[in-house]
Structures are given as C-alpha cells and as structure tokens.
Design a binder for this molecule. Structure first.
Ligand SMILES: [Zn+2]
Length: 585
C-alpha cells in the first residue's frame, strides 16, 4: 500500500486518540460528565488532542525515520496505555527514573498475559502495519513545505478550540492539571524529555556570586526596615487608586501611598516573574537557568549585612529565597489565620517579635501573597470582604458570567487592600526606631474574559495588556529620608520589574558595583542624592540593560559554567513543543 507521509501521520494520530487514550477520557468525564453543556468541550478535547499529536508527529517524523519513529511510538504507547488503564498510574519523570533503576526481577513481576495482549495488539501489530506501508517519495523542498502547512494548521486548530471554549480550558489547565498527565503518548514523551534534561543538567548548578562588594556606607547610621510585598495576579486597572471606578482601595486611599500606575511585569506567570524581578538581569536577558545560576537581590542585601526574611503564602519563592531564612505560611501549623485556606494576614502574626529580635542592621521582609490567585477568586478573601456581588463561587469559570468573575476578583483586591493597610500599620509602629517603607508589586496581571481569555501565562509577546500591566504601590514612614513629592511626580512614568533590583538597593543605600542608579525608581535623576561613589559612577556610564560585574559574563571558559547550556539544545525544541502542547500554566 502506498500513501503520503501526511496521511500516515494523520491516521496514526487518530489511532492514538481513539485507542490509546481511554484513561485520559475516562478521567476527563469524571470531572466533565458527558451532559449537553459539556459535549462541545469534550469533542474539542478529542479534536485538540488529535491536532497536537499530528503536530508532534509532523515535527519528529522525517523521511526514512518516519516509520521507525511511528513503530516505536506505538509500542511505547501500548505499554503506557496498559499501565494507565490497569494501575491508574501516570508516566512522569520520577516514574521513568524508577523504571531506569528497576532490575530484571522487579520488571519480571510486572509481566502478565494482559500486558502481552496490549503489547501485541496495540504495539507490535500497528508497528507491523506501519512497516508494510510504502511512503510516496517526495523532494526535500516539498516535504518541508507540506510540514510547515500541516504544523500551522494544527496550531490554528488548537488555538481556535482554546478560544472557543476558553472558560472550560481556563479551569481545565489550572484546576485539573493532573488530567493532562493521562494523554498518551504526549505526557510520557514530555516526562522522558524532563528526565533526560534533569539528568544532564543537575551537575551544573553552580551559583555565581553577585555583588560581593556590597556594603552600607558608614555615613548611613539609620536602620531601614522595609517590607516588600510580592502580590499575585493584581491588575493595575482594578485598583481605585489608579482610577478604577469601584472603591477597591478603601483602606489604602486613607494612607499616604504612592501608586505607580504604569508598572509592567517581567513575565506573565509566577514562575517567570518572581525570579526575574529579583534578578539583576532585565526581562529580555533573563532565563530560568540564569535565575538559578546567579545570586539575586536578596543575596546582594545579605552580602551587605541586611537581615532578610521571606514569608510565603503562595506556592514558594521560585528559587529566590534559597539562601535566606524562609517560612512557609501555607501550612496551618505555621499560619494561624486559616479558614478554608490560610490567609495572607497570617504572615503578619509574630512579625513584630521577629523585628524586635534583630538587634542590629537593616531588615528586609518579603511577604509573598496568595493575593488574586485564580480561578477560585472567591476563596481568596474572608466573607466580610464580599462587597461586590454576585461573585462567582466556583473554580469552573464556564459556570459564571464575566461580571460574576470580575466581582469575585474585585473582592480579592479589597482583601489585598486591607492586608497592605495592615502592613503599613505595623511599619508605623516601628517608625520611631526605623526608617520604614513598604514596596508592593504584583508578579503579573490577569485576564478576566477580555478577548475570551482568562487567567494568565500567555507568551509575553502575545499576552494582552491586562496580564502585564500590574498594580504597584510604595509607602514611606515619616522618618524615611526621601523626596516624596519628586517621587509622586514621576509615579505615572512607565516602570517595570527591571527597576526593582536597583530600587531596593537604593532604598537600603547600599554601595556596590552592581547598582545602577538609572534604574532606581526613587533615586534616578535625583539631585539631592549624596555624592555617587566611584563604583556607582562607573556603572552609570554603562548601558542600562547590561548586567555589570565580571562574574556575570558568560563564556568565561571556566569549567562547569557553560555545561548546561551546551547540553540543553538537542532536547529543547521537542521540549518546547510538548510544553506548549500541554500548556504548562
Ligand atoms: Zn502569579
């Protein structure tokens, strides 16, 4: 039998959806029962999965490798299907690690007649069929062109389906993440990539030091106490301080705060934004690897002798607070203000005692909020804050109108507003002893149904404004030596997470070669600033975006530094593809 490569791939993709993904669909219908309102979404899942598989096959199956790759995938999928159907396991990277460490005897225990049937009928038989099919030969040019067309079509189909059923997909990706683990063979391949990547890169996590020269000049005798609140998914346009007609800043409007109405995030997800905002690298030069391999703002402060504490009521610090004291406030044992979930205000309990215990030196306390974490906005605030009604009371956004979703979101903003006011109250109590300040900045924004998009996490270049334009506020105690009016005058200028690193160093008056005054929101263009030190002067001559310090320059030829970057590329395109297909967030 003679056929085209595209037809063969299409037939195989359909076969994968129909015969190898029963575990996936079985788990899906327990969450989305096959009732009338869900039918369209369920059909879209099947079509979307076929499109993703088609895309995958199109990208990996070339020329003479087409048939061997398909045969291998059928065998792999058959075995994966057997274990998922019979043991309800998923093939993740730890499972693959287990498999690689299994000896023959342990493996023999798993063999059964049933496994033999799966291997025969879903693995070997399709592999034999594929091997018998003859692919019509075409030129390289034609093959590339056809693949480009097919790939584009698949991407359009997937994007179209996500937009068409955006409310369903928002909950599907966010609240029912484990469902994706049952897609076959995509998740097993993804896990294999993850396993290989980890195996090859773990050896190279050497953390490069940063700002070892950091020190506080002897002339700075006052003690600074700064609380940096890292917010979650708070949009600038939902703060009444920035002109939102609803009174969402009931408490902060009574305080002498400065709202930065034109602040932009460095990423559209917590995992990217949080390490990036603490990094010396600006957004366009930052990568997850650089974040891991280079010390960050907290380390520089530590080098200068600042007492740093990180309290977290979100997921975790995303690798930022690995070398400073860290407390997990998601745990009811630690956080004493927990209802259905632990509240952000719980992070303030016992904070005065911590401050009192620091006998000397400046203090930075980072509070990582749960804030407006979606889609279950209604869970993010106590009942007393349900001011805007009716509020969406489910994480299934498809069951709510956009207005209800927006109401729940605004109630959560109200709670953050109250939380920040409490942070200020705590700082006021300490103002006689310290120069106190609060810096609040959200990690990214949020989509609330504009263009049919929900939540966040779209690639930066295509993400809508609402996912990047974030809320940010500063407050200063009376004793803090700062020209508030000058700051207020520039509060509407465009700033971004790239400014945080240098602004914090400036507030603590730290001298180091890695400080760049031009990127310091508070002190840029400031004439009252004390004489710049030679180091600072030198750095200011440099281009604003270039991270300074010789230790930061890559490709310095030292062993161990570049190993990871040379090993990652081979698996990267595949990785990226599967990551995209599984829409990580
Ligand atoms: Zn976030």
């Amino acid at each position: 039998m003679k056929t085209s490569q595209t037809t063969l791939h299409f037939g195989s993709a359909l076969a994968f959806v129909l015969f190898y993904n029963t575990a996936f669909f079985r788990h899906v219908v327990t969450v989305y029962p096959s009732s009338l309102p869900n039918l369209g979404f369920l059909a879209s899942l099947a079509v979307g999965l076929a499109a993703i598989l088609m895309l995958l096959l199109t990208l990996i199956g070339w020329r003479f490798a087409t048939k061997p790759i398909l045969a291998l995938l059928f065998v792999l999928s058959a075995i994966t299907a057997y274990f998922m159907n019979n043991y309800d396991v998923v093939i993740d990277h730890t499972m693959i690690q287990n498999i690689t460490q299994t000896n023959f005897k342990e493996a023999a225990d798993l063999l059964s007649v049933k496994l033999g049937c799966y291997a025969l009928f879903l693995g070997i038989l399709p592999a034999v069929v594929v091997s018998r099919i003859e692919i019509k030969p075409v030129s390289w040019e034609k093959e590339i062109l056809t693949k480009a067309r097919v790939a584009l079509l698949c991407v359009l189909v997937v994007l179209g389906l996500i937009l068409l059923f955006s409310k369903f997909y928002a909950s599907f990706f966010r609240e029912h993440k484990p469902l994706r683990y049952y897609t076959n063979p995509t998740y097993a391949l993804y896990s294999l990539g993850k396993y290989l990547n980890r195996t090859f890169t773990t050896a190279s996590t050497v953390v490069r030091p940063l700002g070892k020269d950091a020190h506080i000049p002897v002339t700075d005798t006052d003690r600074e106490l700064i609380i940096l609140v890292v917010g979650e998914a708070a949009r600038a346009d939902r703060f009444s301080l920035n002109g939102y007609p609803r009174p969402t800043n009931l408490f902060l409007q009574q305080e002498d705060v400065i709202s930065f109405s034109n602040m932009y995030s460095s990423g559209t997800s917590t995992a990217f934004s949080v390490p990036c905002m603490f990094s010396i690298y600006p957004r366009d030069q930052f990568s997850e690897q650089k974040g891991k391999n280079t010390e960050n703002l907290l380390d520089v402060l530590r080098h200068a002798g600042v007492n740093v504490l990180w309290r977290d009521n979100n997921s975790d610090s995303k690798g930022v607070a690995l070398r400073v004291p860290y407390q997990d406030y998601k745990q009811p044992g630690v956080n004493t203000v927990c209802e259905d979930e632990c509240r952000d205000e719980g992070m303030l309990v016992g904070l005065q005692e911590y401050i009192d215990a620091q006998q000397q030196g400046d203090i930075l306390i980072v509070l990582h909020q749960m804030g407006n974490h979606g889609p279950a906005y209604f869970k993010r605030y106590p009942a007393a804050y349900e001011r805007f009604t009716p509020a969406c009371q489910t994480n299934q956004l498809n069951e709510c109108t956009n207005e209800e979703i927006g109401n729940a979101y605004d109630n959560a903003v109200l709670y953050t507003d109250a939380f920040l006011a409490r942070v200020i109250a705590l700082l006021k109590k300490n103002s006689p002893r310290f120069e106190t300040a609060m810096v609040y900045v959200s990690d990214h924004g949020e989509s609330l149904g504009e263009y049919g998009i929900y939540l966040h996490g779209l690639p930066y270049a295509m993400a809508p404004e609402t996912q990047k334009h974030i809320a940010s506020i500063m407050w200063f105690g009376d004793s803090f030596k700062i020209d508030k009016q000058a700051l207020r005058d520039k509060a509407a200028s465009r700033f971004s997470h790239d400014n945080l690193f240098h602004t914090l160093l400036g507030l603590f008056e730290i001298e180091t070669a890695v400080y760049n005054q031009q990127l310091d929101i508070v002190h840029n263009g400031s004439e009252q600033r004390r004489e710049p030190s030679p180091a600072r002067h030198m750095v200011n001559q440099k281009k604003a975006e270039t991270p300074s310090g010789p230790q930061l320059l890559p490709a310095d030829g030292r062993p161990g530094y570049n190993r990871s970057s040379t090993l990652v590329p081979p698996s990267l395109p595949m990785w990226l593809l599967i990551q995209l297909a599984l829409a990580k967030r």
